[in-house]
Design a protein around this ligand. Sequence first.
Ligand SMILES: O=C(CO)COP(=O)(O)O
Length: 139
Amino acid sequence: MLKIALIAHDRKKDEMVNFVTAYEHVFEGHKLYGTGTTAQRIMDGTKLDVHRFMSGPLGGDQQIGALVAENEMDFIIFLRDPLMAQPHEPDIIALLRLCDVQGIPCATNVATAELLVRALDRGDFGWRELVHKYKPGIE
Ligand SMILES: O=C(CO)COP(=O)(O)O
C-alpha cells in the first residue's frame, strides 16, 4: 500500500474526479491524500477515502511537500492549471522541487498520470515499498 497525493487546480478538478473514477479499482488499494477541495471532490464522486489536508492556497501543497521531504509520499498526481496564475505559486514550485529532490514520480497532466497509474497497477512501484522497508518512517 503506497501513499498517493491527489491535487488539482479548480479548472482541472472535473478531470481529476473523472480520472480517479476511471482508475478507482487501482486507487482503492492505496492510502490517498489530497489538498482540501480536491480531496472532498474525490470523496463526493467516488467511494474512496482521501485524507484531507488544507486547501492549496492555505498551505495544503506545503503539507504534502513536508511528507515528500520525509520521503514518505510515493506518487503525486498534481493537475496544475498552466493557464492561470495562482496566489500560492511559490508553494506549487516548492512541492515540485521537493519531488525532484527525492525522485518521487509526479504527474502534472492526465496523460502522464494515466501511464503512471497503469505502471502502478502492474507493480512497477515496488521499489517504493523497499524505500519504506529500509527507512524508518512516520505513519
Ligand atoms: O491549490 C491547489 C494546489 O496548488 C489545490 O487546492 P484545493 O484542492 O484545495 O483546491
